[in-house]
Write a protein that binds this ligand. Sequence first.
Ligand SMILES: NC(=O)C1=CN([C@@H]2O[C@H](COP(=O)(O)OP(=O)(O)OC[C@H]3O[C@@H](n4cnc5c(N)ncnc54)[C@H](O)[C@@H]3O)[C@@H](O)[C@H]2O)C=CC1
Ligand SMILES: Cc1ncc(C=O)c(C(=O)O)c1O
Length: 313
Amino acid sequence: MPDGTLTVAVIGLGTMGPGIIATLARGGMPVRAHDLSPAAVERARAAVPQAAAVLDRLGVAPPTTGEGAVSFHDDLAGAVAGAGLVIENVPEKVEVKAAVYRALDPLLPAGTIVASDTSGIPITTLQGFLSHPERLVGMHWSNPPHIIPMIEVIAGEKTAPATVAFITDLVRSLKLLPVVVKKDVPGFVENRILYALLREAIDLVDQGVIDEEGLDTCVSWGIGYKLSVVGPMRLLDMAGLDIYQSVAGFLNADLSARRDVAGYVTERTRAGKLGIKSGEGIFPYTPDQIAALQAERARRLVAVRRILEGRDG
Ligand SMILES: NC(=O)C1=CN([C@@H]2O[C@H](COP(=O)(O)OP(=O)(O)OC[C@H]3O[C@@H](n4cnc5c(N)ncnc54)[C@H](O)[C@@H]3O)[C@@H](O)[C@H]2O)C=CC1
Ligand SMILES: Cc1ncc(C=O)c(C(=O)O)c1O
């Protein structure tokens, strides 16, 4: 069980880092942040207060002891000094994560818990790169991490139950929603659902069934809107399992079952068109548009969450 003295190190300060840092600090924990890129550190220095301002709008108050201090460290050793928890948040490549774990090993006491924010690399795979694998666990936040309250907690084959309990208690102490995933499958739960949806969405655009804007309108104002209130299992009962039986009977065989990544995406990633992070992906973005888009998305997500939590509306 985390106590009031827990210091957390966050390694990797890109898309996910600043929101995670702000959330932990708002929970009263000192946070020590590190990225090998000085540019990423500078971006994070600006992004953490921005995420904290969103937490204000969400009504997330620090404990009476106050907000945790955030410090930035050029070196990994300095970042993890005194940390009881290290959150690994580097790119989704096994070799990159493995290198971080190998670098962490001599720096950490055996009992220091290491939580990976991996989107779906099996935790058991990652446990092969860290001594005392019982202390490694998946702690999968969703983007934006300072707004989405659900966090998946995933044990690898060698993860100790106490490690899982530690992270689920920590998530609860932040008044967030831990979901313990019972099997260490690739993609866990959230991303298996999301990637099945994205595979179908990309396929529909690729086939010319609908254009990108139309796809987003259809999903955001149809099933996406509905799923924010009624989960898939409850939706089956709401629609009627007989309806699912009939429709799935012909539709399942027609859904995309591709095992590779659609050329629609590969062409863009190979061209460096990565999305907001590169200024263009499926859509083009100017810096002003990015700032406005991120502010508006935060505003809407905050408003929806407040309503779903029964605080507004
Ligand atoms: N982007 C998303 O929507 C989500 C990503 N994740 C997962 O979180 C992890 C991080 O993802 P992002 O923040 O999107 O990645 P990112 O690419 O935006 O940021 C990664 C950061 O790690 C830094 N880095 C790379 N190697 C490093 C090293 N050896 N030591 C220290 N820092 C290093 C990079 O400089 C970069 O700033 C990945 O495992 C990803 O799958 C999880 C949930 C959502
Ligand atoms: C496309 C995509 N891939 C992975 C994740 C999370 O691991 C997200 C997300 O959190 O939204 C995502 O959108």
